[in-house]
Design a protein around this ligand. Structure first.
Ligand code: ISC
Length: 357
C-alpha cells in the first residue's frame, strides 16, 4: 500500500517536471485521491456544460474557462487512510517583511472603508473584498506541501492544478458550489468567520449571521423556480482549518435532467465570494481590488464524470509563481463591518495556507 502511494506521488512529480497539464484532488472526508493527466499540452476551453472532464473556472466571466477533456486524459487513483505515514518535509520559507504587511493592512482597510461607504449609500448590501499576499521561499516542494494539505484539511477539497499556459494552483477549499448526481442536487451557503478556539460550540454575532443569511437567501431565490428544494439544513458551525464558518446545506431534485448550466449560472458567483446585488458587487470588485482575481473564487471540479458533477469554489488557495506563493484571501463586507477586523480575518485565512508551506 505504502509503495503504491509513494509511486502515485512520484508520478505527480514526474508529470509536473514534464510540464503536462494535470490535476490531483481529494474530495472532503474521502480517502480516494485522483490524478487526471491530459495527454497533450493544448489548452481546451469549456464550450458547453454537456462536455465531460475537469473544469477550472475563473471568477470573472472573461477569463479562460479551462477543461481537461475526459477523452484526452488518463486517470490514476490511490486511497490514503493513514495520514501519519505521509512524508511532511518542510519547504524553507521566508516570511513577508513588516513593511509589506503594514502597506497591505493600510490598503485593505482603505478598500473596506470605500466599500462600507458604498454600502451605507444603499448601493449594495454586501461586497466580498480580497487581497493577494506574496510569500517568497528559497525552496518549494510541491508534493510535500500537498501531502501536508491532505493531512491537515481532511474535510476540505484539496487539490493541485497545473497547466503550462496558466500556471500552478493549490488549495484546500471548504466550500462546495454544486453537486449533481442523476436528478439530485446539493449546494451550500458558507459565510461568516471566527477563529477556532478549542470548540465549535460558539455564539455568532449579528454581522456574521446576516452575511451568511444573504448567501442562503440568494441561493434559494435564484434556484427555487428551476428546482424542487427538499431540504434546507442550517445554519450550523463548521471547522475549516483554524477557522469556523456558518454553513447551510440546500438540496433537492432537478425539474429536468439537463440543468447544470442553468444552476451554475444562477449560483456563481454567490455572495459568499462576490456580493449583493451580484452585478453591482462584481463591478465594485473589478474596479477597486488592486489585482485581478483570475481563478481565486472561481470554481473547479468534475464535470459530467461518473454520472455526476462535483464543483467546488476556489478558496483558501494559492498560485505558485517561480519562488513565490501568491495567497488569495477575502471576506464579506456588510454595513456592520469593522475595517481593522476585516483585515485580521484575511490574515487568519492566509495563515491556513502559510501553515502548510
Ligand atoms: C472569500 C473567502 O471566504 C468566504 C467563505 C467563507 C467565509 C467568508 C467570510 O466570512 O467572509 C467568505 O464568504 C475566502 O476565504 O477568501
Amino acid at each position: 500500500m505504502q509503495t503504491e502511494i509513494t509511486s502515485f506521488f512520484n508520478k505527480i512529480t514526474a508529470i509536473y517536471k514534464a510540464q503536462k497539464p494535470f490535476v490531483v484532488y481529494r474530495k472532503p472526508n474521502e480517502e480516494l485521491v485522483s490524478l487526471i493527466v491530459q495527454n497533450n499540452t493544448k489548452l481546451y476551453e469549456l464550450e458547453d456544460y454537456n462536455q465531460q472532464g475537469f473544469v477550472f473556472m475563473p471568477f470573472y466571466d472573461n477569463g479562460r474557462k479551462v477543461l481537461f477533456p475526459a477523452k484526452e486524459c488518463s486517470t490514476f487513483q490511490t486511497k490514503i487512510t493513514q495520514y501519519d505515514t505521509l512524508l511532511t518535509k518542510n519547504s524553507v520559507v521566508k516570511i513577508t517583511n513588516d513593511n509589506n504587511f503594514n502597506k497591505a493592512k493600510e490598503d485593505h482597510i482603505n478598500l473596506v472603508e470605500k466599500a462600507l461607504k458604498f454600502i451605507k449609500e444603499g448601493k449594495s448590501q454586501k461586497i466580498v473584498l480580497s487581497r493577494k499576499e506574496i510569500i517568497e521561499f528559497s525552496h518549494f516542494n510541491m508534493v510535500n506541501t500537498y501531502k501536508k494539505m491532505l493531512k491537515n484539511y481532511i474535510n476540505a477539497y484539496v487539490y493541485i492544478w497545473f497547466h503550462p499556459q496558466v500556471g500552478l494552483w493549490m488549495g484546500a477549499t471548504p466550500e462546495r458550489l454544486l453537486n449533481i448526481k442523476n436528478n439530485h442536487f446539493k449546494t451550500m451557503a458558507l459565510a461568516g468567520t471566527q477563529p477556532f478556539v478549542n470548540t465549535t460550540d460558539v455564539v455568532w454575532k449579528d454581522k456574521e449571521l446576516q452575511e451568511q443569511q444573504f448567501v442562503t437567501d440568494f441561493i434559494i431565490n435564484n434556484i427555487k423556480n428551476s428546482v424542487d428544494i427538499k431540504e434546507i439544513n442550517g445554519p450550523y458551525t463548521i471547522k475549516a482549518g483554524s477557522l469556523l464558518h456558518l454553513r447551510t446545506d440546500i438540496s433537492g431534485e432537478l425539474i429536468h435532467l439537463n440543468m447544470l448550466k442553468d444552476l451554475v449560472t444562477a449560483l456563481h458567483p454567490t455572495p459568499a465570494v462576490c456580493g449583493l446585488p451580484k452585478n453591482t458587487a462584481q463591478q465594485f470588485i473589478l474596479e477597486n481590488e488592486s489585482y485581478l482575481r483570475t481563478y481565486y473564487s472561481g470554481f473547479l471540479g468534475e464535470l459530467n464524470m461518473h454520472n455526476s458533477s462535483q464543483l467546488f469554489v476556489n478558496l483558501r488557495c494559492m498560485q505558485i509563481i517561480n519562488n513565490c506563493a501568491e495567497i488569495f484571501v477575502g471576506g464579506g463586507i456588510t454595513n456592520e463591518s469593522v475595517p481593522e477586523k476585516e483585515f485580521e480575518e484575511t490574515v487568519s485565512k492566509s495563515q491556513i495556507m502559510k501553515n502548510i508551506l
